[in-house]
Design a binder for this molecule. Structure first.
Ligand code: 3H9
Length: 708
C-alpha cells in the first residue's frame, strides 16, 4: 500500500509500503493512484513528496507478478498522472530506485537522492526493457549515449554519478525525506512546464544512423544471443527519432515480444535462483535459518599460488584481518607484491581508497594460531593437503574452522586428518578468486551445520554466490563438466573439429567453446588428473581396446597433445595455435587437423559429418544427465543450486537459465529421448544413459521447475 500524510502543513507525503523492497505490486500501484488523487484534490497540499519506507525507495515492478494475470492499475498511466500533476512532485530516493522505481521517479518533477542511494534500469538483466516510459524519458533527460549505456547494461549508478549525469537534482547526506520536503516547499507554486521529461526534445545525437549501427553491433557481440539488449537499443533509437507518444508505442511493442520470451523467463528464474541458494539445507538437517554462523574476524590463507593470492585479496576486500602463509620464501615475496598490486587495481576500478593493509605475511604455519577460519590453498595433491590439515589441527585455536580450496579431492578424508572433523568444509573458489562470483561450499558427512553456515556467510560477505553442495568427486560443477568434455573429445574422433564444436557452444551462448577454455586453463591440468586416475597410457596403441579404459569409452586425444608439449595458450599450441607462448588470440591449426585425420586412420575410425545440433545435444544433455544424477544422490539440494553454479561459475548463458532450467525448457521427455538415441549408438558411453530420476520425472509427467 501507499500511505498518505500531510507534513509541514502543505506537503503531501506518499510513502510506498511493500516490504522488503517496495516493489510495485498491484496493491501498491492502486495505493499510489489513490494517494496521488488525494494529494491533488486536497487544497492544503501545495507540493508532494514520494518516498519509500524502510530506507528504500523502490525496487521496481514486482517480478513475482510477471507471468501471472496482471491486475491493478497499470504503471504507465500511473506515472503519467504524476508527471501531468499541477503540483510539484518530488521523489525522495533512499537505498535503491531501480527499474519501475526509477521510472516512477522520472515521472516526478524533481529527484533528491541520498548520497548512498543507487539508481538504475536493470530490466535488461531480467530479459526486459524499461517499459514504463524509462526507455523514452531517460534519453530525453541525460542524452542518448549515457541513457543507452545504462539501459543496455542495466548497471546501477551511485547518487554522485546520477547527479553528474543529470538524473537527480540534488544529493544529500542527511535525511532525504526532510530535504525533499524542504525542497518541495521551495518550488511550490512555480511553473512545472520545464519539468515534465516526456515533453523534452531528445538531445540531438550527431551521426545518428552510424551511432546506432555501432551500438547495435557492440550489443550483439556482447549479448551472445540475448534478445533484450538488442530491444533496448531499438527502444532508445525510438526515443531519439520519434515523438514521445510514438516512442511509447514502440516501447510497448518491443516489451510485448520480450515479455513472453523464454529468455525473460530464464533470466527472471536466475534472479530468484541466485537468492534461493542462500536458503541452503543439507541431508543431515542443517538449514540456513536454524544454523548460527560463528563470527569470523581473522581469516588465514595457506599457500600463495594463484588461488591463494586471489582468496587473500577477496578476504582483505571484505575488511577482515588476513594472515597469509607461504613456506617458500621466493613465492612469499612475489605473492606480497602481487596481492598489493591486485588490491590497488581493485580499489582504482571501484573508485575507492585502497583497502587498508590488514594482511600479515608469514613463512610459518604457526602464524595462523589466532585465526577464526583458515583456507588451505596449497597445490592440489592429497598427501600435501593431508599434512597441512594435520598441522592445522595442532596449531589452530579451538573452534577454528578449517577449509580447503580443493576443486575435487575428498573433504571427508581431509576432515579425518583432524581432531575436529565437524569443523572442516570445502570452500571451492574459481580462478581468479577475487573476481569470480561463484563459491561452492562443500560439506562432508561430518561437517557441522554451524561450519556450513559460517562458510556460507563468509562467502556472502565476500560478494560471492555461495552454493552449499555435498562431497563427491568434482563436487557439482566439475563433476558435471567431465561428461561434457568427454563428449567433445568423442565428437573429434567421430569427425568434428575443435572449431566446429566451439562454434556450436559459442552460438548457444557460452563465452568460449570447450576447446578454447581447455587451451586457456591448460591441457596439462586434466592430464595430471587422468594420470593420477590411471587412465593415461603413453603412446598410441590401435584398435578399439586402445580407446576403452575401465570398461568405458575413452579418448586419449588430450593425452596425445600433452605428450607433444601442447598445453594450450601457455605453450602457444594446444587445440589451436597462438602467435606466441602466453598468446591469447586463437587461430586454426592445420597441424591439429592433419593430426586428427591421421589419428582416425590409425584407429580405423571413419569421419562423418557432425552438425551443431549433435554437438549441443551430446555435450549439453550428457552434462544435464549428470546434473539429474547429482540431484538424485542429494549432492545438490535443488535444481537452482546447479543452475546458479553453472551460470555464475561456468559461463552458462544466463538467458538460458542454467542447465537444469534449460532441460525443462527443451522438455524432459525430449532430453531423455535424445540421450536414449545417442546411448543406443554409443553403448560404451554410460554418461549418455538417462539416469533414473530423469526417467521417473518423464514417466510421471512432473516438472523440475515450478516456473515451467
Ligand atoms: C521492472 O521494473 C519493469 C518495468 O520497467 C516495466 C514494467 C511494465 N520484485 O535482492 P534482495 C525480493 S522489472 C519482486 O535479497 P538486497 C527478492 O526476491 C524490475 N521481488 O535484497 C528477495 O526475496 P526473498 C526491475 C523482489 O537488499 C527480497 O526482495 N528491478 C524484487 O540485497 C530481497 O531482495 C530490478 O531488477 C522485485 N522487483 O537488494 C531490481 N526485488 O527474500 C531487482 C527484490 O524471498 N532487485 N525482490 O529472496 C534488486 O536488484 C535487489 O533486490 C535490491 C535489494 C537492490 C532492490
Amino acid at each position: 500500500m501507499a500511505q498518505f500524510s500531510l507534513v509541514s502543513a502543505s506537503v503531501g507525503l506518499i510513502t510506498l509500503q511493500n516490504p522488503p523492497v517496495n516493489a510495485l505490486s498491484a496493491v501498491l500501484r492502486q495505493g499510489i493512484v489513490d494517494a496521488v488523487e488525494k494529494a491533488l484534490c486536497d487544497p492544503k497540499v501545495k507540493s508532494v513528496v514520494i518516498c519509500g519506507q524502510n530506507g528504500i525507495f523502490c525496487g521496481g515492478a514486482d517480478i513475482r507478478e510477471f507471468g501471472t494475470n496482471m491486475r491493478g492499475p497499470p504503471l504507465i498511466p500511473m506515472i503519467h498522472a504524476i508527471e501531468s500533476a499541477n503540483k510539484p512532485m518530488v521523489a525522495a530516493i533512499e537505498g535503491s530506485a531501480l527499474g519501475g522505481g526509477l521510472e516512477l521517479a522520472l515521472g516526478c518533477h524533481y529527484r533528491i537522492a541520498h548520497s548512498q542511494a543507487r539508481l538504475g534500469l536493470p530490466e535488461v538483466t531480467l530479459g526486459l526493457l524499461p517499459a514504463a516510459g524509462g526507455s523514452q524519458r531517460l534519453p530525453r533527460l541525460i542524452g542518448v549515449p549515457a541513457a543507452l549505456n545504462l539501459i543496455t547494461t542495466g548497471r546501477h549508478v551511485t547518487a554522485a554519478e546520477a547527479l553528474q549525469l543529470g538524473i537527480v537534482d540534488q544529493v544529500t547526506d542527511h535525511n532525504t525525506v526532510d530535504a525533499a520536503v524542504k525542497f518541495s516547499q521551495s518550488v511550490a507554486g512555480q511553473s512545472l512546464d520545464g519539468r515534465r521529461i516526456s515533453t523534452y526534445p531528445c538531445p540531438v545525437q550527431p551521426n545518428l544512423d552510424a551511432f546506432f549501427e555501432e551500438a547495435m553491433l557492440k550489443v550483439r557481440q556482447s549479448a551472445r544471443g540475448a534478445i533484450a539488449p538488442v530491444a533496448c537499443v531499438q527502444a532508445v533509437r525510438a526515443a531519439a527519432t520519434l515523438p514521445y507518444a510514438q516512442g511509447m508505442k514502440r516501447e510497448k511493442e518491443l516489451m510485448a515480444t520480450l515479455f513472453t520470451s523464454g529468455q525473460a523467463r530464464a533470466l527472471q528464474y536466475c534472479f530468484f535462483a541466485q537468492r534461493a541458494v542462500g536458503r541452503w539445507s543439507t541431508p543431515s538437517g542443517g538449514r540456513w535459518d536454524t544454523s548460527k554462523p560463528r563470527p569470523v574476524h581473522t581469516a588465514a590463507v595457506i599457500g600463495l599460488g594463484t588461488m591463494g593470492r586471489g582468496i587473500t585479496v577477496a578476504l582483505a576486500q571484505t575488511g577482515l584481518s588476513v594472515v597469509a602463509v607461504e613456506t617458500q620464501v621466493k613465492q612469499l615475496t612475489e605473492a606480497k607484491q602481487a596481492v598489493s598490486g591486485m588490491l590497488e587495481r581493485g580499489a582504482t576500478r571501484r573508485g575507492a581508497a585502497p583497502t587498508p593493509d590488514r594482511i600479515t605475511y608469514s613463512e610459518n604455519i604457526q602464524a595462523v594460531a589466532g585465526a577464526d577460519l583458515v583456507i588451505e590453498a596449497v597445490f592440489e595433491d592429497m598427501a600435501l593437503k593431508e599434512k597441512v590439515f594435520r598441522q592445522l589441527s595442532d596449531v589452530c585455536k579451538p573452534g577454528a574452522l578449517l577449509c580447503t580450496n580443493t576443486s575435487a579431492l575428498d573433504i571427508d578424508h581431509l576432515a579425518s586428518q583432524t581432531r575436529n572433523p565437524e569443523l572442516v568444509v570445502g570452500m571451492h573458489f574459481f580462478a581468479p578468486a577475487h573476481v569470480m562470483k561463484l563459491l561452492e561450499v562443500v560439506y562432508g558427512p561430518r561437517s557441522s551445520s554451524q561450519a556450513v553456515a559460517t562458510a556460507m556467510q563468509l562467502g556472502k560477505k565476500m560478494g560471492k554466490i555461495s552454493v552449499a553442495v555435498g562431497n563427491c568427486r568434482g563436487f557439482v560443477g566439475n563433476r558435471m563438466l567431465k561428461p561434457y568434455l568427454e563428449q567433445a573429445f568423442f565428437l573429434l574422433e567421430e569427425g568434428a573439429t575443435p572449431e566446429l564444436v566451439d562454434r556450436a557452444l559459442e552460438d548457444f551462448g557460452f563465452p568460449m567453446g570447450v576447446f578454447k577454455v581447455s587451451d586457456l586453463s591448460g591441457l596439462d591440468v586434466g592430464w595430471r588428473v587422468r594420470k593420477a586416475d590411471g587412465m593415461v597410457e603413453s603412446g598410441l596403441s590401435t584398435g578399439p581396446s586402445a580407446r576403452i579404459r575401465q570398461g568405458r569409452r575413452y579418448s586419449p586425444l588430450g593425452d596425445l597433445l600433452c605428450e607433444q608439449g601442447r598445453f594450450g595458450q601457455k605453450t602457444g599450441r594446444g587445440w589451436y595455435l597462438y602467435d606466441k607462448p602466453g598468446g591469447r588470440v586463437s587461430k586454426s591449426d592445420p597441424w591439429l587437423h592433419s593430426f586428427l585425420e591421421e589419428y582416425r586412420v590409425q584407429q580405423g575410425l571413419v569421419a562423418r559429418r557432425v552438425d551443431q545440433q549433435e554437438v549441443l545435444e551430446r555435450c549439453l544433455f550428457a552434462l544435464i544427465n549428470e546434473g539429474f544424477q547429482i540431484l538424485e544422490e542429494g549432492i545438490a539440494a535443488g535444481p537452482e543450486d546447479i543452475d546458479a553454479i553453472y551460470v555464475f561459475g561456468y559461463g552458462w548463458p544466463r538467458h538460458r537459465g542454467g542447465p537444469m532450467f534449460y532441460a525443462g525448457m527443451v522438455g524432459l521427455a525430449k532430453v531423455m529421448e535424445r540421450l536414449d538415441h545417442y546411448h543406443q549408438a554409443h553403448p560404451d558411453e554410460p554418461s549418455l544413459q538417462p539416469c533414473s530420476l530423469l526417467r521417473r520425472l518423464v514417466a510421471s509427467g512432473k516438472k523440475l521447475h515450478s516456473q515451467l
